[in-house]
Design a binder for this molecule. Sequence first.
Ligand code: ZN
Length: 176
Amino acid sequence: MLIDLQSIDENGKDYNFDELSDELVGAFNDLVGEAPFKVQLHVQPMGNTYLVNGSVHSEYSAVCSKCGYDVDLPLDNKINEIVVIEKERPRNTQVSQSQQNFDASSPAVTYVNSSTFDLREFLHEMMASGFSLYPKCTDETLCDSRQHKDVLIAAPEEKRGHPGFAALKDLKVSKH
Ligand SMILES: [Zn+2]
């Protein structure tokens, strides 16, 4: 889905999409499968620079990094991006130079070489970066109980350990 950034007037433009929008049918299948999604965007021109603000929302499947169970997690990512049209870079196609600062709240910068902007690709990237590096259950109690279950299974092993361990424990107790 290509948009011409230069066609956007000084008032900016709003974009709203969901899984029923023709423009984005199947756009995130590789990320969120058939899950519903919502995309809200506002593009505000400032000369050759465009502020892109908004959010993407969906749901994805992951493996909990704590208990190892499969979990469905909400995907919420804020979009806070500056798109700069730089015609001097002829070889480079869109994107991938998103330069995330240390301060996550400050906008990332994307350079493009023409005013034609691939919104579908951009949103795909925004959706992908909403994935957690350390996914975990939204229900902490449930997650804890799942972890606890693993401990219980592991416990008998410990009892069969070398008797020397018991002596070590005693040492710790008598320590001043
Ligand atoms: Zn968990």
